[in-house]
Write a protein that binds this ligand. Sequence first.
Ligand code: SIN
Length: 289
Amino acid sequence: MSANSKKAENTAPSGIQVRPISGTIGAEISGVDVSQALPDEVIADIRQALLDHLVIFIRDQDITPAQQVAFVSRFGEPDIYPFVKGLDDYPEVTPILKLPDETVNFGGIWHSDTVYQPTPPMGTVLYAKELPPAGGDTLFANQYLAYETLSPPLRAFLDGLTAVNSAAKGASAATRSDRVANSGTGLAAEVMEAEHPVVRTHPETGRKALYVNTGHTVRFSGMTEAESTPILDFLYRHQVKPEFSCRFVWTLGSMVFWDNRCAQHYPVNDYHGHTRLLHRVTLKGDKPV
Ligand code: SIN
């Protein structure tokens, strides 16, 4: 093993391996079978890897919805997605589906999950059930770095602000249109809006992260859309720079767990004519501060 690969791959105290996939976000974990009742030490190491790397990837898993819910429940309380029905027996498991005749992909815009809720989910766990022959990757971006790389005057300006986030923002609402049409819960997007700090402090790491996103953020509180848009547009470009990002190439049985409090994601819509199906479970979060 070279000195570099030694540095990159870390064996955690419980014995699981954690290997970063980029310089700034994302790590693959190996040595774990999430279908099993894992010891507390393994769960603690997975949680630490999530806090350190913001998104973690566990390949080659073979699990049922019940096992996915059981695994996710070791990290908190599963939540219910408001707009699309979950599985009949497991309402907390939402199918993330794109069919061969569809052109939009669910969540196909940079975002952190359901920021229009008063207490958005702390994390999300996806499990790959069916994949296109190529494409359908998911990108992730580190929002600690997005904040830390802004100039001090801009950070000071943003630190004191809150922003309005809406489920009805057009481009984002469009990405759920097919799923809402054939398995929607009937809830109207217009009813979900929440104000949150533009810069939130992560409750576990204590680090500050940029917390606006192009999918849901409408304007800064107390400012008009016309006043907010130029600054927000700059932040949307800045916060997903390749230097803060990684790309995960799915394989069947892959599980991905990201931290919505400090990471954004973007599923790439480049696989028209093919099916892509993942099972998603989110974890309840707290009120951003
Ligand atoms: C989502 O935003 O939950 C979907 C992510 C994906 O399909 O990769």
